[in-house]
Design a protein around this ligand. Structure first.
Ligand SMILES: [Mg+2]
Ligand SMILES: [Zn+2]
Length: 211
């Protein structure tokens, strides 16, 4: 075993909120720096984990480029702003991995990105790549996400799965029974309403393991 313990976080619905257009009733993901809205407890929770010695990284599926919804440059600008704002808040993020692929694509999408890839979660590609690049100890690394596919990706990479789960969020209606109702592969070891509560649980596990 080598390396440092890591925490790899999902972006949308985990660190930052989705973007709701109330007029059109449409929910999208942030693709402009002005659309970055940190979810309650996200910055605080990430800071606690970093202070405790976890290397932080982000792994995010962003099929909007393959679907022709957003240009790659918009994503890059948004991620640069996201990392800068986290840094300013005392949260160092070592790397961000993006899967820009989608199996079907969409009108105007980049055809080179329309493919079944090994990085789109629930595949473990981004997590494995981050573990290698950042020298993470895989078995001691947690993935925090908001969907079963984040947890499945963690399992597939040999990492531990945690889920932020707020039953009041309508986007999660299929999950309103709670994480306990999910199949074994997608069931998180830890679930809580926000990153700060999930972080406390991870740190408690960590403290127990260290004794
Ligand atoms: Mg998400
Ligand atoms: Zn991919």
């Amino acid at each position: 075993m080598s390396g440092r313990p890591g925490v790899i976080l999902d972006r949308d619905g985990t660190i930052i909120d989705v973007v709701r257009d109330a007029e059109l009733g449409v929910v999208t993901t942030a693709f402009h720096p002005d659309q970055i809205r940190f979810l309650p407890g996200a910055v605080e929770g990430m800071r606690h984990l970093a202070e405790a010695g976890f290397t932080l990284a982000i792994a995010t599926n962003q099929p909007g480029v393959a679907k022709g919804q957003i240009p790659w440059s918009a994503l890059e600008r948004t991620h640069a702003a996201l990392l800068r704002r986290l840094q300013e808040a005392g949260v160092p993020v070592a790397a961000i991995e993006v899967c820009p692929h989608h199996p079907e694509g969409g009108p105007g999408g980049d055809p080179a990105l329309v493919q079944v890839c090994g990085c789109r979660k629930p595949a473990p590609g981004m997590l494995t790549k981050l573990a290698e690049a950042l020298d993470l100890e895989v078995a001691a690394t947690w993935v925090i996400g908001d969907t079963p596919s984040d947890v499945e990706a963690a399992r597939a990479a040999g990492m531990r799965g945690a889920m932020v789960f707020d039953p009041r969020r309508c986007e999660l209606c299929p999950l309103r029974e709670g994480p306990g109702g999910m199949g074994a592969r997608a069931r998180p070891e830890i679930a809580g309403p926000r990153i700060d509560s999930v972080a406390e649980a991870i740190l408690a596990t960590w403290a127990r393991a260290a004794r």
